[in-house]
Design a protein around this ligand. Sequence first.
Ligand code: C5P
Length: 244
Amino acid sequence: MKRVNVIVPAAGEGKRFGSSEKKTFFSIKGIPLIIHTLRRLAADPLVDSILPVVGQEDIKRLNEMIGTYGLEKVKKAISGGVERQDSVYNGLRFFLENMDDPQELIMIHDGARPLIPDGLIAHMVRELLNDPEIDGIIPGIRLTDTIKETDDKGFIKRTLDRESLIAVQTPQLFKLGILEKAYRVAYEKGIYATDDSSLVEQIGGRVKIIDGSVKNLKITKKEDIGLLYLYMEGEIYDQDWDWF
Ligand code: C5P
């Protein structure tokens, strides 16, 4: 099967995390968070190369870690930008300089999501390649809470229809050509988004959502670490996956 090249944005300041060590390098069981994420990606046979994007000041220490942990599929780290979108774009431009074929597969995965479900990447690649009408595949989970829209004083403006709402995650998978167009148009129009599929939607792309997992959590706040440890324990995490 065609293999994927992964951009890993990890250049956020992690302000909501609130620790002296940056979230990206926060130690989980003695190993920095970003290394957990990179290791899990590298272990997937469908992953060809991985490009981590971190703050300029962290490039040296991450490159040293890539050597120490023997992560051969991981390329040298590059520097990120002000917003997540800028960081991903830096990664995308790197791949564009080194690839000619618009059919190449590019995946974007947040450095702050260390628990990519087993089999998810293969499932996504199959879905994308099986249907030429699809421009992107992303995982998402149906919301279980009721969601309200509020004004800036905290008063409810309206209640949204929960049945049609999905919280989306990474990894997100696209072909190089469509992603290049989506990002180029976004910068031409000054559009900023918090995920990559939003930009593909903006150019009329068709993005399909498949089942994600709550265990594929994004570490944002300190309290997420407790959940992460729980999910990492034993086999609890992998047992309930059945993609095939
Ligand atoms: O801010 P958010 O939680 O959406 O960030 C998701 C991922 O994007 C994190 O892994 C974060 O490090 C990364 N990011 C980035 N460059 C930024 C901001 C966030 O690579 N300027």
